[in-house]
Design a protein around this ligand. Structure first.
Ligand SMILES: [Zn+2]
Length: 445
């Protein structure tokens, strides 16, 4: 493979500002029209061999016919990016600048370098390269590329509808997710390839307090207003939900236990025995570690009176809740009611879903991922885990529970911090190894 040419192609992808915005009329329509055309120019073999179907406005669904009928592999990525409006970018976010780090390694800068044009380019390069070598996959391979992941994810859901309607049998699905990171787990010195086998459920819940209105110049002596009552409920809902080890923690500990030494290794290998130790380590660690072992609730939006001098008749708060794997939305809503302990506070689910089904961390799909990693990132330890954020992959659990969330790039803490922030960048070497991962995965069929 010509590495320099592959990097130049990724730069071309990064230069198209396919920025998703909630106000879609503010989007650069030309960029969204141009991007699929650019793909066909940059990856001609792929476009000559694979069948391309447009799904809705921004969904691209490719089918690579396999040698024999059988369960299909689906690789997902998205080609929209979050805005890059915030000031302070060292390199213009859509210029795709290529620089050298102090150690001489090359680095590519730009919005989408990792999330998710990096993964998109990695998949395209791997397929194009394999086609050049005359490779034909054993079973069908689908590539599902959404252009609205960052706002709605309708393209991914629509692609699932298409595949379901056709009765396509699926072996497994790979979407963006965890990465190859170092120092993420105490006791393990090797880099860990963290592969999402699950994700938390997500919900928006409205809390509503209603009290008589009136002039703010003579508020009730009791101090009870819609806002003060709501404030008490907010305090109660902001307390932590009890922690517990979710079912996904056990395969994670097993993977870590295979490498960790000393007392931590012992704890990872015997999680039931060392439950209190592990729980304490996670709940007193980072906020992310804490969020792995419990449902989280945070009030994100508030609304009170319409004017400064008016007693609110209604005050509302929106709770963003993430339901831990093993629990359910219903159970967590009941818990909110119990914790608030105020029949005068309305609790209403505005949107929400249970955690989707968990993918197995054993069996053939998992083995294929592990084998591909052994080829592209032999120094890393594959670790299954439950993702904290919601992904488009959740839609695909309607086809199979075997949905894995993994982005095959080595990432430092600084690089992770660049996602959805300023100065997103990827090391060229990490990108090339990512391509090698996708290639090995496709060849393993
Ligand atoms: Zn993404």
């Amino acid at each position: 493979m010509d590495a320099d040419a592959a990097v130049e192609r990724l730069r071309e992808l990064l230069r198209v500002p396919t920025v998703s915005r909630t106000e879609t009329e503010l989007q650069d329509a030309d960029a969204f029209a141009r991007f699929p055309v650019l793909l066909s120019e940059l990856y001609p073999r792929l476009h000559a061999t694979l069948e391309l179907e447009r799904v809705g406005d921004v969904g691209l669904l490719y089918r690579w016919p396999g040698r024999t009928p059988g369960d299909a592999l689906i690789l997902m990525a998205h080609w929209d990016v979050v805005p890059a409006d915030e000031p302070g970018w060292t390199h213009e976010p859509f210029a795709a600048d290529l620089t050298a780090d102090a150690d001489g390694s090359r680095r590519l800068w730009g919005r989408g370098a990792i999330d998710d044009k990096g993964a998109l380019g990695g998949i395209l390069e791997a397929v194009e390269d394999l086609l050049g070598a005359g490779f034909v996959p054993e079973n069908d391979v689908y590539l599902s590329f959404g252009g609205d992941e960052e706002i709605a994810g309708t393209a991914a859901a629509a692609a699932v509808d298409v595949l379901l309607a056709r009765g396509i049998a699926v072996e497994f699905v790979l979407d963006e997710g965890g990465a190859v990171v170092q120092g993420q787990f105490p006791g393990v010195s090797e880099p860990t390839a963290v592969i999402g086998i699950a994700e938390k459920g997500i919900a928006t819940i409205e809390l509503r307090a209603a009290e008589p209105g009136g002039h703010a110049a003579h508020p009730p002596r009791s101090g009870v207003t819609a806002t003060s009552r709501l404030a008490r409920a907010i305090q109660r809902v902001s307390r932590q939900v009890p922690a517990g080890l979710p079912p996904t923690a056990f395969p994670m500990f097993a993977a870590l236990g295979s490498r960790a030494r000393g007392i931590l290794g012992l704890a990872y290998r015997h999680p039931r025995l060392f439950r209190p130790v592990l729980l304490r380590a996670l709940t007193t660690g980072s906020d992310e570690a804490n969020a792995l072992v419990r449902t989280t609730r945070v009030v994100t939006r508030l609304r009170g009176a319409a004017a400064d001098n008016v007693l609110p008749e209604v005050a509302t708060a929106h709770v963003n809740m993430r339901v831990v794997v093993g629990s359910t939305l219903d159970a967590e809503v009941a818990r909110i009611r119990r914790d608030i302990a105020d029949a005068g506070i309305g609790v209403r689910v505005l949107a929400g879903s249970d955690p989707p089904p968990v993918a197995p961390a054993t069996g053939r799909p998992w083995e294929r991922l592990v084998a591909a990693l052994a080829s592209s990132h032999p120094e890393s330890v594959p670790v299954p885990y439950a993702m904290l954020g919601a992904t488009d992959g959740r839609h695909f659990t309607r086809l199979t529970p075997a949905v894995y969330r993994f982005t095959p790039f080595e990432m430092t803490k600084a690089e992770l911090a660049g996602l959805h922030a300023i100065d997103e960048s990827i090391r060229v070497d990490a990108y090339l190894r990512g391509i090698a991962f996708y290639r090995a995965l496709l060849e393993s069929a």
